[in-house]
Design a protein around this ligand. Structure first.
Ligand code: IDP
Ligand code: MG
Length: 141
């Protein structure tokens, strides 16, 4: 059984422009199983807490304003080697450096508005999944 999982967000630029469906299709085609999913509008304090590791960086305020600018889709994804494989599927943070065929290469409009989030480690995935989902909402993750 594969119980490895990661946490993902479809960011406001992608939800706003109708890319939720196409991005979910790429996630499914990439072999990821969606085990929890919800659309939410983040509060400022939620966004600041979620991205607290970046507090003080030059892009922090802009990132927070962007992340609260509209609804996002949050989800837990199950897959073997989920964290690394999902980072591979989404591509580099800067879409200019992302590999062809990656989600960010296709749907990002800038480094900030790069369409999707993916956890950077299993520890982060656990924390981020707990941030958005209670145990009862999570299926086998
Ligand atoms: P990641 O999302 O690929 O893990 P991080 O370095 O953790 O990248 O940055 C978190 C998010 O902050 C990025 O996905 C992007 O939306 C935004 N960001 C990162 N670096 C910059 C930047 O230099 N300018 C504007 N936004 C940035
Ligand atoms: Mg990161």
């Amino acid at each position: 059984m594969n119980n490895d999982f990661t946490f993902a967000i479809i960011k406001p630029n992608a939800v706003r422009t109708g890319k939720t469906g196409p991005i979910l299709a790429m996630i499914n085609e990439g072999g990821f199983e969606i085990t929890a999913m919800r659309m939410v509008r983040l509060t400022k304090s939620q966004a600041e807490s979620f991205y607290s590791i970046h507090q003080g960086k030059s892009f922090f305020e802009g990132l927070i304003d962007f992340m609260i600018s509209g609804p996002v889709v949050v989800m837990i994804l199950r897959h073997e080697n989920a964290v690394a494989d999902f980072r591979k599927l989404i591509g580099a943070t800067d879409p200019g450096k992302a590999e062809p065929g990656t989600i960010r290469k296709i749907f990002a409009v800038s480094v900030q508005m790069n369409a999707v989030h993916g956890s950077d480690s299993s520890e982060s995935a656990q924390i981020e999944a707990n941030f958005f989902f209670s145990g009862i909402e999570r299926f086998n993750t």
